[in-house]
Write a protein that binds this ligand. Structure first.
Ligand code: ZN
Length: 282
């Protein structure tokens, strides 16, 4: 179904159909050669999470556009930002930008304080390999090596507590058998059987999932495992992710998968102070 507003809708004075952001975005991504369905394979999903860990701040749509062009992208900027870093786009690459999307917003006639999304317009950016010039400083943009991360448990507890979540050790007879930890959203409590950062990271990812309530178990676990994998990459924690287990059983369509990706990135952003604190303390 085409849910984009047609010019004729307003011309003849009919109500404009509501713009479905996800459908609009998916349509634009398809036109530009990026596909959400590509991520249904476990390998591609893992690679995508790594790309999010490296590139950090892009929206889901733009991450997909960058990932489909360069799955191993390390650093992406517009020409001006590259210039500030002392680099320039090489001549051969100039006409081959990665096109990402900027939202097209117009004033909402019903509420002048609000803007409404009517579409997306392409913006040119370039990956590191398409540029030349000064060497980049070593620190601050490459992911740290994997290993033990001193102080990570304490930082996770701090982050949980700063958001009103209590972390406590479980009694022997408490909780689901076999579970290393669990999160109770009503009580804002995380219980764990051992002081393992990977367990706490997973449970805290559930807490930061913006659509935890009312979500299916597969989607909830996929969000938490994926968010935890990105944070783990950014702080250098070695974890075995179960994301592919939940991805394999995934029955949702393209829109549902797009929503999961969006939840992952929104949950992940909540870990920004922790990632910064851990890497500053190295
Ligand atoms: Zn879980």
């Amino acid at each position: 179904m085409n849910r984009q507003p047609q010019a004729s809708d307003t011309d003849v004075g009919q109500a404009t159909p509501p713009v479905d952001r996800d459908e609009l975005l998916l349509g634009r991504l398809r036109e530009m050669g990026a596909s959400v369905d590509r991520l249904r394979s476990a390998d591609e999903w893992q690679q995508y999470l790594k790309a999010v860990a490296r590139l950090n701040s892009y929206s889901v749509g733009n991450m997909l556009l960058i990932f489909c062009r360069y799955p191993d992208a390390r650093l992406v900027n517009g020409p001006k930002a590259w210039h500030k870093l002392g680099r320039r786009v090489v001549d051969d690459a100039w006409d081959e930008p990665i096109m990402i999307l900027a939202p097209r917003l117009v004033k909402d006639k019903k509420d002048p304080n609000r803007k409404k999304l009517i579409g997306f317009k392409p913006v040119r950016v370039y990956e590191l390999r398409q540029t030349e010039g000064q060497d980049l400083p070593d620190e601050g943009w490459e992911l740290p090596p994997k290993g033990e991360v001193p102080g990570l448990w304490e930082q996770l507890v701090l982050l949980a507590e700063s958001d009103g979540v209590t972390v406590a050790m479980a009694a022997d007879n408490e909780g689901p058998p076999g579970a290393l930890g669990w999160y109770n959203a009503d009580l804002r409590t995380i219980k764990v059987r051992e002081q393992r950062p990977d367990t706490l990271l997973h449970e805290l990812s559930h807490h930061f999932d913006p659509e935890l309530a009312g979500s299916t178990r597969a989607a909830r676990e996929l969000v938490a495992e994926s968010c935890a994998a990105i944070v783990a990459d950014q702080v250098g924690l070695d974890v075995t992710t179960q994301a592919e287990k939940y991805l394999a059983g995934w029955g949702g369509g393209e829109v549902a998968l797009l929503r999961v990706l969006d939840r992952v990135q929104r949950a992940h952003r909540r870990f920004a102070p922790l990632v910064e604190a851990v890497n500053d303390g190295r």
